[in-house]
Design a protein around this ligand. Structure first.
Ligand code: ATP
Ligand code: MG
Length: 424
């Protein structure tokens, strides 16, 4: 065992037993997005490093120390995507999706960050991301929040609370930053090491610190609210009215900032206390300046990302594992010579009975052993094609979960018989 190769730390396998909950989450979320009229876009996992440096921000944790970057064979620096927004904006610009259109898009898939792996925090993790371009809001901001509420409801996830905040314009943030730095610098000794480092580089991120002493210091810190420009304040007030009308409860958290530089105005997070420190299951906000910053036309934008690992963890905690369903039918043949007819019969059932899940036994062996396998597979019915049945043009049916004796039907009548069994 000692020299077998293991997976890369923080890169998890999802084993067959876990797939049912993942598919359930993915399907519910995709179906909600469909019903809101959002359109899926599929984006590459690898982009030019420069794309992330220019969007997420040079002095953010992600770009400073979390990206999987490497020089490819042509000497160009590439990075595994740490998030999806930058690539989505890049694709929209590249394909002219931002002219005279207000696309509402979504994507899903793995993201990569070199963080310390722990429960709910991986190096390869999965997000569903949603991005809307060309709409200033606050109606669309409210729609995104309503949509996330709808997803959580349809997934049956409760106990997740909404926090919102506004970051104002970048001018407002600059004025606020100065005031915050002045306040924090005077109490630098009480800050944790990370926060001291951020003081000169990215002071707003200190608001997000989880360190107890730093949080104490922050209690009396100046608040962004006092520095807000009137249009941003009105945007935020309108958003709150819309959420009130929609009956969505929230708290305003003046310390809510996002770890990426491009956000302004609305930011929001859905948070649970049930996943320890990794409690944010969904986070998003407005990034009106980003498209222009990347050389595109001035385009307001807003989006969010859901962390699928955390969503699935909540589902599993609430409902236990979704058991992986076994096949409906386990088809067994006793002999190599009957493999051909068996394969054909199994596929005929799959083609004619919609939804029927037929597992073909391969590899031979006695019927006794095959029945054991069939039983372990979780199948409901076994079909038996042995020497006797083949000679008579019949097939045996055994209810693996009921008391009824094995019986046979003519192969020509099999589909009709199975339809009856499926119906009843
Ligand atoms: P956190 O504060 O938890 O590090 P973040 O601010 O870095 O989150 P975003 O970049 O906004 O997160 O990503 C949106 C969501 O993606 C998060 O709310 C979380 O659910 C999920 N997520 C982010 N990083 C990870 C990770 N390393 N492992 C698993 N899920 C993650
Ligand atoms: Mg993070």
């Amino acid at each position: 065992m000692s020299n077998t190769i293991q997976s890369v730390r923080g890169f998890n396998d999802l084993l067959p037993g876990q797939i049912a909950s993942w598919r359930h989450a993915e399907q519910v979320i995709a179906s909600v997005l469909d019903r809101f009229g959002y359109r899926e876009i599929r984006l590459p996992l690898l982009e030019k490093t420069e794309l992330f440096a220019r969007t997420i921000g040079e002095v953010t944790d992600i770009v400073e120390k979390e990206m999987y970057s490497f020089d490819d064979r042509n000497g160009e620096s590439l990075s595994l995507r740490p998030e999806g927004t930058a690539g989505c904006v890049r694709a929209c610009m590249q394909h002219g999706l931002l002219y005279n259109q207000q696309p509402r898009l979504w994507y899903q898939g793995p993201m990569f960050r070199h963080e310390r792996p722990q429960k709910g925090r991986l190096r390869q993790f999965h997000q569903v991301g949603v991005e809307v371009f060309g709409l200033e809001g606050p109606d669309v901001d409210a729609e995104l929040i309503l949509m996330t509420r709808h997803m959580l409801d349809e997934l049956g996830i409760d106990g997740v609370r909404l926090e919102i905040n506004t970051l104002g314009t970048s001018e407002a943030r600059t004025r606020y930053r100065d005031a915050l730095v002045e306040y924090l610098a005077a109490r630098e000794g009480e800050l944790d090491e990370d926060s001291r480092r951020r003081l000169s580089r990215n002071p707003l991120r200190i608001l997000d610190s989880k360190d107890a002493s730093t949080r104490m210091v922050l209690e009396d810190a100046p608040r962004l609210e006092g520095f807000l420009d009137p249009p941003s304040a009105e945007h935020f007030a309108a958003l709150r009215r819309l959420l009130d009308t929609a009956g969505i409860a929230y708290t305003v958290n003046p310390h809510l900032v996002r770890g990426l530089d491009y956000y302004g105005r609305t930011v929001f997070e859905w948070i649970t206390d049930r996943l320890g420190a990794q409690g944010t299951v969904c986070a998003g906000g407005r990034y009106d300046a980003l498209v222009e910053q990347l050389g595109g036309p001035s385009t307001p934008a807003v989006g969010f990302a859901l962390g699928l690992e955390r969503i699935v963890a909540l589902l599993e905690e609430q409902a236990g594992d979704h058991p992986s369903p076994g096949p409906d039918i386990y088809l067994m043949v006793d002999h190599g010579a009957r493999s051909g007819p068996g394969l054909v019969l199994a596929d005929r059932i799959r083609r004619t009975l919609p939804g029927a899940n037929v597992f073909m036994h391969c590899g031979g062996g006695s019927f006794k052993r095959q029945f054991k396998r069939a039983d372990r597979s979780g199948a409901r019915w076994a079909l038996v094609l042995g020497e006797q049945e083949a000679m008579e043009g019949r097939v045996g049916i055994k209810d693996l979960r009921g008391g009824r004796e094995q019986y046979t039907v003519a192969q020509a009548d099999l589909i009709g018989e199975l339809s009856k069994l499926f119906g009843g």
